[in-house]
Design a protein around this ligand. Structure first.
Ligand SMILES: Nc1ncnc2c1ncn2[C@@H]1O[C@H](COP(=O)(O)OP(=O)(O)OP(=O)(O)O)[C@@H](O)[C@H]1O
Ligand SMILES: [Mg+2]
Length: 261
Protein backbone atom coordinates (compact mmCIF):
# COMPACT_ATOMS: atom_id res chain seq x y z
CA UNK A 1 0.00 0.00 0.00
CA UNK A 2 1.46 3.35 -0.92
CA UNK A 3 1.60 6.40 1.26
CA UNK A 4 -0.77 9.22 0.55
CA UNK A 5 1.06 11.44 3.02
CA UNK A 6 4.44 10.93 4.55
CA UNK A 7 5.76 13.62 6.85
CA UNK A 8 9.15 13.11 8.46
CA UNK A 9 10.55 15.52 11.03
CA UNK A 10 8.45 18.36 9.65
CA UNK A 11 8.72 21.78 11.27
CA UNK A 12 7.31 25.08 10.15
CA UNK A 13 8.47 28.41 11.51
CA UNK A 14 6.69 31.65 10.68
CA UNK A 15 7.35 35.10 12.04
CA UNK A 16 9.76 33.60 14.58
CA UNK A 17 7.06 31.24 15.89
CA UNK A 18 7.26 27.46 15.58
CA UNK A 19 3.84 26.48 14.23
CA UNK A 20 4.67 22.82 13.69
CA UNK A 21 7.42 21.03 15.54
CA UNK A 22 8.98 17.76 14.38
CA UNK A 23 5.87 16.12 12.93
CA UNK A 24 6.09 12.49 11.78
CA UNK A 25 2.92 11.28 10.10
CA UNK A 26 1.86 8.69 7.59
CA UNK A 27 -1.49 8.48 5.87
CA UNK A 28 -2.09 5.45 3.71
CA UNK A 29 -4.65 4.72 1.01
CA UNK A 30 -8.06 3.98 2.44
CA UNK A 31 -7.39 5.71 5.76
CA UNK A 32 -9.75 8.35 7.13
CA UNK A 33 -8.13 10.67 9.68
CA UNK A 34 -9.59 13.15 12.07
CA UNK A 35 -7.26 15.87 13.38
CA UNK A 36 -8.14 17.62 16.63
CA UNK A 37 -6.49 20.03 19.02
CA UNK A 38 -6.94 23.41 20.71
CA UNK A 39 -7.24 26.68 18.80
CA UNK A 40 -3.84 27.60 17.43
CA UNK A 41 -2.46 24.05 17.74
CA UNK A 42 -1.45 24.03 14.07
CA UNK A 43 -4.26 22.00 12.46
CA UNK A 44 -4.91 24.37 9.56
CA UNK A 45 -1.17 24.80 9.04
CA UNK A 46 -0.78 21.01 8.87
CA UNK A 47 -3.59 20.76 6.33
CA UNK A 48 -1.98 23.45 4.20
CA UNK A 49 1.24 21.45 4.15
CA UNK A 50 -0.72 18.30 3.26
CA UNK A 51 -2.47 20.22 0.49
CA UNK A 52 0.81 21.45 -1.03
CA UNK A 53 -0.09 25.04 -0.16
CA UNK A 54 2.87 25.54 2.20
CA UNK A 55 6.45 24.31 2.32
CA UNK A 56 8.03 23.08 5.54
CA UNK A 57 10.91 24.98 7.11
CA UNK A 58 12.64 21.66 7.74
CA UNK A 59 11.86 17.99 7.29
CA UNK A 60 10.34 16.14 4.35
CA UNK A 61 6.74 16.28 3.14
CA UNK A 62 5.74 13.51 0.74
CA UNK A 63 2.34 13.79 -0.92
CA UNK A 64 0.94 11.11 -3.25
CA UNK A 65 4.41 9.72 -3.85
CA UNK A 66 5.86 13.14 -4.70
CA UNK A 67 8.22 15.10 -2.51
CA UNK A 68 7.47 18.76 -1.84
CA UNK A 69 10.27 20.87 -3.26
CA UNK A 70 10.94 18.35 -6.03
CA UNK A 71 7.54 18.50 -7.70
CA UNK A 72 5.52 21.11 -9.58
CA UNK A 73 2.83 21.97 -7.02
CA UNK A 74 0.49 23.02 -9.80
CA UNK A 75 0.47 19.42 -11.03
CA UNK A 76 0.05 18.05 -7.53
CA UNK A 77 -2.75 20.31 -6.26
CA UNK A 78 -5.49 19.07 -8.63
CA UNK A 79 -4.98 15.59 -7.13
CA UNK A 80 -5.91 16.97 -3.71
CA UNK A 81 -9.40 18.15 -2.78
CA UNK A 82 -9.35 20.88 -0.15
CA UNK A 83 -12.27 22.58 1.56
CA UNK A 84 -11.47 25.36 4.01
CA UNK A 85 -12.80 28.70 5.13
CA UNK A 86 -9.79 30.43 3.56
CA UNK A 87 -10.55 28.89 0.18
CA UNK A 88 -14.27 29.70 0.42
CA UNK A 89 -13.38 33.32 1.19
CA UNK A 90 -11.63 33.54 -2.18
CA UNK A 91 -14.79 32.67 -4.12
CA UNK A 92 -16.36 35.80 -5.65
CA UNK A 93 -19.80 36.42 -4.06
CA UNK A 94 -21.52 36.50 -7.46
CA UNK A 95 -20.06 33.22 -8.75
CA UNK A 96 -22.84 30.71 -9.33
CA UNK A 97 -22.87 27.53 -7.27
CA UNK A 98 -22.47 25.39 -10.40
CA UNK A 99 -19.43 27.41 -11.43
CA UNK A 100 -17.86 27.15 -7.97
CA UNK A 101 -17.86 23.37 -8.41
CA UNK A 102 -17.07 23.16 -12.15
CA UNK A 103 -14.05 25.45 -11.93
CA UNK A 104 -12.33 23.00 -9.59
CA UNK A 105 -11.63 20.86 -12.64
CA UNK A 106 -9.94 23.63 -14.65
CA UNK A 107 -6.32 22.87 -15.15
CA UNK A 108 -6.83 19.13 -15.04
CA UNK A 109 -8.96 18.74 -18.13
CA UNK A 110 -6.30 20.31 -20.36
CA UNK A 111 -6.70 21.47 -23.92
CA UNK A 112 -9.93 19.72 -24.95
CA UNK A 113 -11.81 22.34 -23.03
CA UNK A 114 -15.04 22.51 -25.03
CA UNK A 115 -15.62 18.79 -25.18
CA UNK A 116 -15.00 18.49 -21.49
CA UNK A 117 -17.20 21.37 -20.49
CA UNK A 118 -20.44 19.45 -20.75
CA UNK A 119 -18.99 16.40 -19.01
CA UNK A 120 -17.65 18.63 -16.25
CA UNK A 121 -21.04 20.27 -15.80
CA UNK A 122 -22.76 16.94 -15.58
CA UNK A 123 -20.28 15.72 -12.98
CA UNK A 124 -20.64 18.94 -10.98
CA UNK A 125 -24.42 18.59 -11.01
CA UNK A 126 -24.18 15.01 -9.87
CA UNK A 127 -21.95 16.04 -6.97
CA UNK A 128 -24.27 18.91 -6.01
CA UNK A 129 -27.10 16.39 -6.05
CA UNK A 130 -25.18 13.88 -3.90
CA UNK A 131 -24.54 16.58 -1.32
CA UNK A 132 -28.14 17.79 -1.42
CA UNK A 133 -27.56 21.26 -2.88
CA UNK A 134 -28.36 20.91 -6.61
CA UNK A 135 -31.38 23.21 -6.23
CA UNK A 136 -28.95 26.09 -5.65
CA UNK A 137 -26.98 25.53 -8.85
CA UNK A 138 -27.84 28.92 -10.37
CA UNK A 139 -27.70 30.91 -7.13
CA UNK A 140 -24.74 33.18 -6.36
CA UNK A 141 -22.45 31.38 -3.88
CA UNK A 142 -22.52 34.48 -1.67
CA UNK A 143 -26.29 34.14 -1.18
CA UNK A 144 -26.13 30.69 0.40
CA UNK A 145 -26.33 29.98 4.11
CA UNK A 146 -23.24 28.75 5.94
CA UNK A 147 -24.42 25.13 5.89
CA UNK A 148 -25.33 25.25 2.21
CA UNK A 149 -21.91 26.68 1.41
CA UNK A 150 -20.20 23.93 3.33
CA UNK A 151 -21.81 21.26 1.19
CA UNK A 152 -21.01 23.14 -2.03
CA UNK A 153 -17.38 23.36 -0.92
CA UNK A 154 -17.20 19.62 -0.34
CA UNK A 155 -18.74 19.00 -3.77
CA UNK A 156 -16.07 21.32 -5.19
CA UNK A 157 -13.30 19.49 -3.34
CA UNK A 158 -14.50 16.20 -4.87
CA UNK A 159 -14.90 17.58 -8.41
CA UNK A 160 -11.46 16.63 -9.69
CA UNK A 161 -11.82 13.10 -8.26
CA UNK A 162 -8.97 13.68 -5.79
CA UNK A 163 -6.73 11.01 -4.31
CA UNK A 164 -6.63 12.94 -1.05
CA UNK A 165 -9.50 14.90 0.49
CA UNK A 166 -8.74 17.54 3.12
CA UNK A 167 -11.61 19.13 5.05
CA UNK A 168 -10.86 21.94 7.48
CA UNK A 169 -13.74 22.41 9.93
CA UNK A 170 -16.61 21.53 7.58
CA UNK A 171 -18.99 21.55 10.58
CA UNK A 172 -18.34 25.15 11.58
CA UNK A 173 -21.58 27.13 11.61
CA UNK A 174 -23.93 24.18 11.05
CA UNK A 175 -27.13 23.74 13.03
CA UNK A 176 -27.93 20.42 14.74
CA UNK A 177 -29.76 18.95 11.75
CA UNK A 178 -27.07 20.20 9.38
CA UNK A 179 -24.34 18.71 11.53
CA UNK A 180 -26.07 15.36 11.76
CA UNK A 181 -26.70 15.35 8.02
CA UNK A 182 -23.03 16.07 7.30
CA UNK A 183 -21.88 13.43 9.79
CA UNK A 184 -24.05 10.90 7.95
CA UNK A 185 -22.78 11.92 4.50
CA UNK A 186 -19.12 11.91 5.57
CA UNK A 187 -19.64 8.58 7.27
CA UNK A 188 -21.00 7.14 4.00
CA UNK A 189 -18.04 8.59 2.11
CA UNK A 190 -15.62 7.17 4.69
CA UNK A 191 -17.12 3.71 4.20
CA UNK A 192 -16.83 3.89 0.42
CA UNK A 193 -13.73 1.79 -0.28
CA UNK A 194 -13.06 3.61 -3.52
CA UNK A 195 -13.14 7.05 -1.92
CA UNK A 196 -9.97 9.11 -1.51
CA UNK A 197 -7.93 9.08 1.68
CA UNK A 198 -9.37 11.74 4.00
CA UNK A 199 -8.18 14.14 6.65
CA UNK A 200 -10.87 15.99 8.59
CA UNK A 201 -10.10 18.80 11.03
CA UNK A 202 -12.82 19.26 13.58
CA UNK A 203 -13.34 20.68 17.07
CA UNK A 204 -15.97 18.42 18.52
CA UNK A 205 -15.91 14.69 19.24
CA UNK A 206 -19.62 14.60 18.31
CA UNK A 207 -18.60 15.46 14.75
CA UNK A 208 -16.34 12.46 14.21
CA UNK A 209 -18.13 10.46 11.51
CA UNK A 210 -18.44 6.71 12.18
CA UNK A 211 -16.14 4.92 9.76
CA UNK A 212 -13.18 7.22 10.37
CA UNK A 213 -10.20 5.00 11.10
CA UNK A 214 -7.43 7.17 12.55
CA UNK A 215 -6.93 10.26 14.68
CA UNK A 216 -4.24 12.77 15.50
CA UNK A 217 -4.22 15.09 18.49
CA UNK A 218 -2.11 18.22 18.16
CA UNK A 219 -1.01 20.63 20.84
CA UNK A 220 1.26 23.63 20.33
CA UNK A 221 2.46 22.33 16.98
CA UNK A 222 3.40 18.88 18.24
CA UNK A 223 1.69 15.50 18.06
CA UNK A 224 0.20 14.37 21.39
CA UNK A 225 -1.07 11.09 19.99
CA UNK A 226 -1.65 9.63 16.51
CA UNK A 227 -2.81 6.27 15.23
CA UNK A 228 -5.91 4.06 15.12
CA UNK A 229 -8.89 6.11 16.30
CA UNK A 230 -9.84 3.97 19.34
CA UNK A 231 -6.30 4.20 20.67
CA UNK A 232 -6.04 7.96 20.22
CA UNK A 233 -9.46 9.24 21.28
CA UNK A 234 -9.20 8.39 24.96
CA UNK A 235 -9.86 10.48 28.08
CA UNK A 236 -6.15 10.47 28.83
CA UNK A 237 -5.00 11.70 25.41
CA UNK A 238 -7.81 14.24 25.07
CA UNK A 239 -7.00 15.49 28.56
CA UNK A 240 -3.37 15.96 27.57
CA UNK A 241 -4.24 17.71 24.30
CA UNK A 242 -6.76 20.12 25.80
CA UNK A 243 -5.31 20.41 29.31
CA UNK A 244 -8.67 19.47 30.76
CA UNK A 245 -10.20 16.57 32.66
CA UNK A 246 -12.33 14.99 29.95
CA UNK A 247 -15.21 12.56 30.29
CA UNK A 248 -15.62 10.59 27.07
CA UNK A 249 -18.38 8.24 25.96
CA UNK A 250 -18.89 6.29 22.77
CA UNK A 251 -22.19 4.92 21.58
CA UNK A 252 -23.04 3.47 18.16
CA UNK A 253 -19.75 4.75 16.81
CA UNK A 254 -20.44 8.33 17.94
CA UNK A 255 -18.25 10.08 20.50
CA UNK A 256 -19.26 12.59 23.13
CA UNK A 257 -16.94 14.58 25.36
CA UNK A 258 -17.56 16.89 28.31
CA UNK A 259 -15.35 18.40 30.97
CA UNK A 260 -15.30 16.49 34.26
CA UNK A 261 -16.47 18.79 37.00
N1 LIG B 1 2.34 33.94 9.46
C1 LIG B 1 2.28 33.63 10.74
N2 LIG B 1 3.13 34.17 11.64
C2 LIG B 1 3.07 33.86 12.95
N3 LIG B 1 2.17 33.04 13.46
C3 LIG B 1 1.29 32.46 12.63
C4 LIG B 1 1.28 32.73 11.24
N4 LIG B 1 0.30 32.01 10.67
C5 LIG B 1 -0.30 31.34 11.69
N5 LIG B 1 0.29 31.62 12.85
C6 LIG B 1 -0.05 31.04 14.18
O1 LIG B 1 0.15 29.65 14.11
C7 LIG B 1 -0.68 28.99 15.05
C8 LIG B 1 -1.34 27.81 14.39
O2 LIG B 1 -2.31 28.28 13.50
P1 LIG B 1 -3.38 27.32 12.81
O3 LIG B 1 -4.26 28.16 11.98
O4 LIG B 1 -2.66 26.21 12.13
O5 LIG B 1 -4.13 26.76 14.09
P2 LIG B 1 -5.41 25.82 14.18
O6 LIG B 1 -5.03 24.63 14.97
O7 LIG B 1 -5.98 25.61 12.83
O8 LIG B 1 -6.38 26.69 15.08
P3 LIG B 1 -7.99 26.89 15.00
O9 LIG B 1 -8.58 25.74 15.76
O10 LIG B 1 -8.22 28.17 15.73
O11 LIG B 1 -8.40 26.93 13.57
C9 LIG B 1 -1.61 30.07 15.60
O12 LIG B 1 -1.17 30.44 16.87
C10 LIG B 1 -1.46 31.22 14.62
O13 LIG B 1 -1.66 32.47 15.24
MG1 LIG C 1 -7.75 26.12 11.88
Amino acid sequence: MSDVLELAGVSLVRGGKTLLDGIDWQVREGERWVVMGPNGAGKTTLLQLAGARLHPTSGVVGILDEVMGAVDVFELRPRIGLASAALAAQVPEQETVLNVVVTASYGVTGRWREEYERLDERRALRLLDTWGVSRFMNRPFGSLSEGERKRVQIARALMADPELLLLDEPFAGLDLAGREDLVRRLSALARDEDAAAMVLVTHHLEEVPPGFTHAMLLREGAVVSAGPIEEVLTEEHLGAAFDLEVGLTRENGRYRAVARQ
